[in-house]
Ligand binder design. Structure first.
Ligand SMILES: Nc1ncnc2c1ncn2[C@@H]1O[C@H](COP(=O)(O)OP(=O)(O)OP(=O)(O)O)[C@@H](O)[C@H]1O
Ligand SMILES: [Mg+2]
Length: 364
């Protein structure tokens, strides 16, 4: 693609894709973009599920739902009005605790064992810890929905100060649940107890890293309860890895054109490529576009005209910064597409807002 060619649209980027993961720094518009992409792709006749994370309540309302659930709820088709025919949109709001519980129900050898695990203090801490469990369960939910009969699953990702957290946290937790330290601990004849006494520091440090918990007795009980399930966790982890690396998965990087998110976007794209993950392109959101000066009314009182001029000058500075940053992003990409969405002034808080965002991403 030459620098002058029009960037592709979202449907072009997602051609042949079954999974779309919207990643990026905190507050750049991941949740909104994921919703707009899902709405638009459903409008193109696909059966789409979107997993949102901590959406503003008004986003659920914008989708015509009084609330969102951990299980997919069908968005009323009149919300796709004007966008096309024949598709379906289903929306989920990730509930990490319930997703974790569902996973234990699926993996445990019996309902009684599942119930016991869910009562365990360590489990309760891990499954409701804010750090790590959202990332882990987001991926788990994605895996679950990718097995259902959707044409496309769009995943929003948790607010992270650092986008890299999204990639590293699930692995940390999976390594913990299925890892070799745990297997060594599970060996019979008291070896595990000895290990817990002598060699548990890295393990406990691992747990503390994930959850901040270090309850020794609950921990022993937890490992005992998980005995026999670790292979299942390992197997699931491998399948999830396959899904994330699959050629019909798309990682879309959402960013703003501000300095820090943009730096992070450049770094994040390098990380995705280094890890062999299918990076598909970037969406630069809330871009300040230059204003045509001709629109300024000329017959204003002098003081007001001065204020307007000052505002326009500020705006021009922001627009120039955004343009320069987008150039920088382009230079660091190996020709991967960059889509731009302007700052839509009023927050994107209702169905009109989503449609406006959709028009930018789908150019129709
Ligand atoms: N193009 C846009 N123009 C105007 N407002 C926007 C645009 N995109 C997103 N917003 C607004 O920006 C705010 C943040 O968006 P959003 O919640 O989607 O970000 P996020 O990346 O999901 O944040 P977090 O990392 O906290 O989850 C919201 O109030 C949203 O309505
Ligand atoms: Mg969000």
């Amino acid at each position: 693609m030459t620098a002058d060619a029009a960037p592709p649209t979202v449907p072009e980027l997602l051609e042949g894709k079954r999974v779309c993961i919207c990643v990026g720094a905190g507050g750049v518009g991941k949740t909104t973009t994921a919703a707009a992409i899902a709405v638009g792709m459903a409008g193109r006749g696909r059966k789409v599920a979107v997993v949102t994370i901590d959406p503003a309540r008004r986003l659920a309302n914008a989708l015509g739902l009084d609330r969102l659930d951990n299980e997919p709820r069908r968005v009323p088709s009149d919300h796709l009005d004007g966008l096309g025919e024949g598709g379906e949109l289903w929306a989920v709001m990730l509930d990490p605790k319930r997703t974790f519980d569902d996973l234990i129900d699926r993996v445990a050898p019996s309902p009684a064992r599942a119930a016991e695990i869910k009562r365990n203090g360590v489990y309760r801490e891990i499954s409701s810890a804010v750090s790590g469990s959202q990332e882990f369960t987001a991926i788990e939910k994605l895996y679950e929905l990718s097995e259902a009969d959707f044409d496309l699953v769009v995943l929003d990702t948790p607010p992270a100060h650092n986008a890299a957290e999204f990639l590293s946290a699930p692995g940390r937790l999976t390594a913990f649940l299925g890892g070799s330290a745990l297997k060594a601990l599970m060996r019979p004849t008291g070896f595990g107890m000895r290990l817990l006494g002598i060699g548990a520091m890295p393990l406990l440090a691992g747990l503390k890293l994930v959850t901040g918990v270090d309850l020794l007795s609950d921990l022993t009980a937890f490992f005992t309860l998980l005995g026999g399930m670790t292979e299942e966790f390992d197997l699931r982890a491998r399948r999830v890895e396959q899904l994330l690396h699959a050629p019909d998965t798309a990682f879309l990087l959402v960013t703003s054109a501000q300095d820090r998110p943009l730096e992070e976007a450049i770094w994040f794209r390098e990380t995705l490529r280094r890890d062999g993950l299918p990076f598909t392109g970037a969406i630069v959101n809330r871009v300040t576009r230059p204003l045509p000066r001709g629109e300024v009314p000329l017959d204003l009182p002098a003081d007001l005209a001065a204020t307007v001029d000052a505002c326009l000058a500020d705006h021009a500075v922001l627009a120039a910064r955004d343009a320069a940053n987008i150039e920088r992003l382009r230079a660091s990409f190996a020709g991967e597409p960059i889509l731009e969405v302007p700052d839509l002034s009023a927050d994107v808080r209702d169905i009109e807002g989503l449609h406006a965002m959709h028009r930018e991403l789908f150019r129709d």
